[in-house]
Design a protein around this ligand. Structure first.
Ligand code: UGA
Ligand code: MN
Length: 251
């Protein structure tokens, strides 16, 4: 089965660094197709060139998050769900371009997380939905599905534990067949904080059907890392004097 990795991404100072890091992880994974969806009205040359030069098999899409749902400067980033329309567009692309007989697994990989190569081996043979722990998330060292006799019986999580699927986006993969067989399954833009993952999974599986991976969900193979926003104090000071850095040099 091909692994389809869906990554929403948006323009900011650290974007290229994030995408270089992620793309160079994905280069080590066989039989992979990267679907990169820019949160932008048009495709940028930064992402276009990066994808071209990566040598990866990829699809490059773009859709701008509707204004009412977009974070504004200074908003705390949890105020609105992020990457929703982008992931939904990628699901639409799969439905338009793949058939039920195609073997595949779909994984939502944000551009800032840290992924072990072993994770991709674990998810490759997903029947419906496979799950595993996520490190450094939810205000804890890790969150994970609880497993008894090979079956998921609940979740180790502290934040809103009563959510239908109290899991981070990075903690599951879905078989392509299951997504194609459920053509209306999608992420809900209006989902309450923390309920984005549930809004998709609820219509696809039950907890008993989840397939625990990564040593019965005892191994952390993905970390919900977040990159600090770089300070541009000196850059701004120099700009005011007309001495800003050469903008033809891409960072
Ligand atoms: C957590 C989850 O790990 C995300 O998968 C989930 O989308 C998010 O919460 C949410 O509640 O919406 P967090 O680290 O807070 O993640 O989110 P970000 O990493 O800031 O964003 C998730 C993805 O969306 C990233 O790939 C990012 O590049 C993209 N994004 C973010 C956009 O496409 N547009 C934006 O305006 C912001
Ligand atoms: Mn993130």
């Amino acid at each position: 089965p091909i692994i389809y990795v869906i990554t929403p991404t948006f323009t900011r100072l650290v974007q290229k660094a994030e995408l270089v890091r992620l793309s160079q992880t994905l280069m080590h994974v066989p039989s992979l197709h990267w679907i990169v969806v820019e949160d932008a009205a048009t495709k940028t040359s930064l992402v276009t060139e990066l994808l071209k030069q990566s040598g990866l098999q990829y699809t490059h899409l773009n859709v701008e998050t509707p204004k009412d749902f977009k974070l504004k400067e200074g908003d705390p980033n949890w105020l609105k769900p992020r990457g929703v329309e982008q992931r939904n567009l990628a699901l639409q692309w799969l439905r338009d371009n793949r058939e039920l007989s195609d073997e595949g697994v779909v994984y939502f990989a944000d551009d800032d997380n840290t992924y072990s190569l072993q994770l991709f081996q674990e998810m490759r043979f997903t029947k419906r939905v496979s799950v595993w722990p996520v490190g450094l998330v939810g205000g804890m060292r890790f969150e994970r599905p609880l497993v008894e006799n090979g079956k998921v019986t609940g979740f180790y999580t502290a934040w809103k534990p009563n959510r239908p699927f109290p899991m981070d986006m990075a903690g599951f993969a879905i078989s392509l067949q299951l997504l194609l067989a459920n053509p209306t399954a999608h992420f809900h833009l209006e989902a309450e904080r923390g309920y984005l993952e549930s809004s998709l999974l609820e219509t696809l599986v039950s907890i008993e059907e989840l397939e625990p991976k990564a040593d019965q969900c005892r191994k952390v193979l993905i970390w919900h890392t977040r990159t600090e926003k770089p300070k541009m104090k000196q850059e701004e000071a120099l700009q005011k004097q007309g001495l800003g850095s050469d903008i033809t040099i891409e960072v």
